[in-house]
Design a protein around this ligand. Structure first.
Ligand code: UFG
Length: 332
């Protein structure tokens, strides 16, 4: 019997992962402190433990009360810019969070973890398309905390191997997540390019382009945008890998992107055609810390997990647009 604890399961990405894990036939329990998530995103019949990861008793009880066999760990702070302003907060939330979780898992003997990491661990890669073997030199506290989390997971698994135990673990390095699997599940944080453009358009403002003098064909930054439903399905594939691999306790890292780059102007063009309006963007200064190009090499996840993406940039923008009225209602 497989039952997964999903931390951060009431959030934007978490609610999609929740849906896909359940579609795959797995039982799920959500642990979320609801600091950015919404209880309404956890469907009836799925237990919701409202707690922070630092509440060791609550985490341990959730693991034992529900006979949890694996954890998908998403709960974390994720705004790159904010992490530069309040780094200690990010270290406390993200690093203390994963450490507390790993200790609780160790205490009660949970043997599988899928860890939510980020392309931010690569920092400013020298090559345009990054493979998992590329150097990890994060350029923000957020990226640092995600990388430390990967190390902590790996170290916990190595320690288990020494004592003859197991901790199968997979870290997923997300690229730029966008879109919605249904109208109620849109990204309510409005902190990334597509939601920010939709907000500008619906509030009569001009979308901003942060820098148009990058060494790219149109001068704007290139990113690898991935639909949140494709991303969520990568978690199911990762959970499966863990479940098949209890004995060898492998530590795996996978990029989760489409392997295809789109510039800020490309994204604005797609938004314009989806909503049927000219956007009249405003070019402003570069945003500190933005690499010119960040695109995934997706060979490894395709090869090892048989995972493929189904959705393209137009699907991401159209679904985000369709979910937009609901996002605005949620935000009040
Ligand atoms: N951008 C604009 N105008 C805006 C907002 C963003 O031009 O109003 C630009 C940014 O400068 C960047 C691109 O659009 O070049 C994408 O920016 P986002 O803020 O949407 O995303 P980031 O690439 O900075 O970061 C995102 C996630 C991180 C994750 C990273 C991995 O927010 O958590 O992708 O690639 F680590």
């Amino acid at each position: 019997m497989s039952r997964w604890l999903l931390t951060g399961g009431a959030g934007y990405i978490g609610s999609h992962v929740l849906r896909e894990l359940r579609n795959s036939g797995r039982d799920v329990v959500v642990l979320d402190d609801l600091s950015t998530g919404y209880a309404t995103r956890v469907p009836d019949g799925v237990p919701l433990v409202e707690a922070t990861l630092s509440d060791r008793t609550a985490v341990t009880r959730a693991l034992t009360d529900y006979n949890v066999t694996g954890v998908v760990h998403l709960a974390a702070k994720k705004a790159v810019g904010e992490s530069v302003e309040v780094p200690m907060y990010y270290y406390r939330e993200n690093v203390d969070g994963v450490l507390a979780l790993l200790e609780a898992m160790n205490d009660v003997g949970v043997k599988n973890i899928v860890y939510s990491s980020s392309a931010a661990v690569y920092g400013e890669p020298s090559a345009g398309e990054v493979a998992e073997t590329a150097g990890t030199v994060p350029t923000s506290p957020y990226g640092e905390t995600k990388l430390i989390g990967e190390w902590a997971v790996r170290a916990a698994a190595a320690a288990q191997r020494i004592v003859g135990g197991g901790l199968s673990n997979v870290s997923l390095r997300y690229f730029n997540v966008a879109g919605a699997g249904s109208d109620e599940l849109g990204d309510a944080s409005v902190a990334n390019l597509i939601p920010l453009v939709l907000r500008a358009v619906t509030s009569g403002q001009r979308p901003k382009i942060f820098g148009d003098d990058y060494p790219t064909p149109d001068g704007t930054c290139i990113r690898d945008y991935i639909h949140v439903v494709d991303l969520a399905r990568a978690h199911v594939a990762a959970a499966e890998l863990c479940e098949q691999d209890l004995d060898s306790s492998r530590s795996e890292v996978f990029n989760v992107g489409r392997g295809s780059g789109s510039s800020v102007r490309d994204v604005l063009d797609v938004v314009s055609s989806v909503i049927g309006e000219e956007l009249n963007p405003q070019e402003v200064d570069r945003r500190p810390g933005d690499p010119a190009v960040l695109v995934a090499n997706t060979w490894k996840i395709e090869q090892d997990l048989g995972w493929r993406t189904e959705f393209d940039l137009t699907d991401m923008v159209s679904s985000a647009w369709s979910a937009w009225p609901h996002v605005e209602r949620l935000r009040g």
